[in-house]
Design a protein around this ligand. Structure first.
Ligand code: SF4
Ligand code: SF4
Length: 153
């Protein structure tokens, strides 16, 4: 059966509303996929980075090993998203289990929203409330269309 726009949005957005699809830790997300492509395209660049630093007199090339290490980290992202597994970033998150208990897909669908039971810090809490208010205003599918190609950070 074809996946509905609502189901697709639900796969990518956590119950708190945050967009897992654009998270650096999301396996197969843009950041992971593009990092992986860049790792492939760079090949053995470390050998050349040292040469370029010398030949071009550009010390920035000496930073390549750290850059490559970080790129490799991004390329190896393996989170399946909040609906599949426990969030690696927000370890204190209570929203996922709470939303399952309340049988809602998103917090704005819960009678208690906005509540004090998220486990989020102030920054994330504020974002979560804004996102859920927006989803309530325009609908889940339209909200996903709004954010699906936007950077999360
Ligand atoms: S569950 Fe957490 S770590 Fe995983 S993709 Fe979503 S926000 Fe990122
Ligand atoms: S009680 Fe709070 S955290 Fe739980 S589903 Fe409702 S709004 Fe979300």
């Amino acid at each position: 059966m074809a996946e509905t726009a609502y189901e697709l949005a639900k796969q990518r957005l956590g119950p708190c509303g945050v967009h897992c699809g654009k998270c650096f830790a999301f396996a197969g997300g843009d950041i992971c996929t593009l990092s992986s492509q860049l790792v492939d395209s760079l090949g053995n660049f470390e050998v050349y980075a040292r040469r370029f630093a010398e030949l071009m007199g550009e010390p920035v090339f000496l930073k390549y090993p750290d850059f490559r290490e970080f790129l490799g980290y991004l390329a190896a992202a393996e989170c399946g998203g909040c609906r599949e597994e426990k969030c690696k970033l927000f370890k204190g998150c209570k929203v996922r289990s709470c939303s399952e208990g309340k049988k809602v897909d998103f917090c704005f669908q819960c009678g208690k929203f906005p509540c004090g039971n998220t486990g989020f810090d102030e920054h994330l809490y504020k974002r979560h409330v804004e996102i859920n208010n927006r989803m309530r205003e325009i609908g889940v599918e339209a909200y996903y269309e709004e954010v699906k190609d936007r950077p999360r950070y």
